[in-house]
Ligand binder design. Structure first.
Ligand SMILES: Cc1ncc(COP(=O)(O)O)c(C=O)c1O
Length: 219
């Protein structure tokens, strides 16, 4: 049983076994090795939280996997958004009236909550952006352009989406840093970081904590 009290899925058990066999010097990625309920239980447990899933497409209950592009919103989020627009909507950090003060307080409270959730040292480390592409561009063009120089290396993986490749290609071209990509091993289970770890150069490694296309995470 997982910590959720539900039986572990076959996928999770396989991922845990693979994880237990990890070798030194390699960064292994594992698929969904979390205490997740089996897919069938997700249907009853979580499906009802997402009103958009309450429909049939091609004669079958809708299943939606394109979350990296546009994520569906659970009822709690839809209600919070509607409540905000009904009662509070106004300028954040750019008004002195009551609604603006309230909107600003809510916005900053959300930043505090996100900081606590991701384990940030301080709330001001959390910067809200419109999407992943904007966030990666921001890091690459601010930190990357100020800190990378000729001889440095930028190490990405071949499993990345364009939003985590193109900004680094541009920064590499402008700074003279060398862009390298680590590949997935044959069974696509792990990223071979051995070579990357042995490089003598300063390296920037913009790899995600959880790989969102594969649902894998480094361990
Ligand atoms: C797999 C994947 N990763 C990243 C992105 C970029 O995300 P965003 O739209 O938040 O910039 C997308 C967008 O479609 C995507 O499909």
């Amino acid at each position: 049983m997982g910590s959720s009290g539900l039986p572990r899925s076959g996928l999770e058990l396989a991922a845990r076994a693979a994880l237990a066999s990890r070798s030194a010097g390699r960064l292994r990625l594992r698929a969904q090795a979390v205490d997740a309920p089996a897919a069938a239980e997700l249907g009853t447990g979580i499906r009802s939280d997402f009103p958009v899933l309450d429909q049939r497409v091609n004669g079958r209950p809708l299943v939606y996997f394109d979350n990296a592009a546009t994520s569906q919103k659970p009822l709690a989020v839809l209600e919070a958004m509607e409540g905000y627009y009904r009662t509070t909507n106004s300028n954040v950090h750019r008004g002195v009236h009551a609604l603006s003060a309230r909107a600003t307080a809510m916005y900053e409270a959300a930043r505090d909550q996100v900081a606590a959730f991701v384990g940030a040292g301080e709330s001001r480390e959390v910067v809200f952006t419109r999407n992943a592409s904007e966030a990666m561009n921001l890091v690459a063009y601010s930190w990357g352009m100020s800190n990378l120089r000729e001889g440095d290396e930028i190490i990405i993986s071949t499993a990345e989406h364009h939003s985590n490749i193109v900004p680094w290609q541009i920064v590499a071209k402008k700074t003279g840093a060398r862009l390298r990509a680590v590949t997935l091993t044959k069974d696509t289970e792990e990223l071979d970081m051995q070579g990357a770890a042995e490089r003598p150069h300063e390296a920037c490694i913009p790899l995600p904590r959880v790989q969102h296309s594969w649902g894998s995470e480094p361990s």
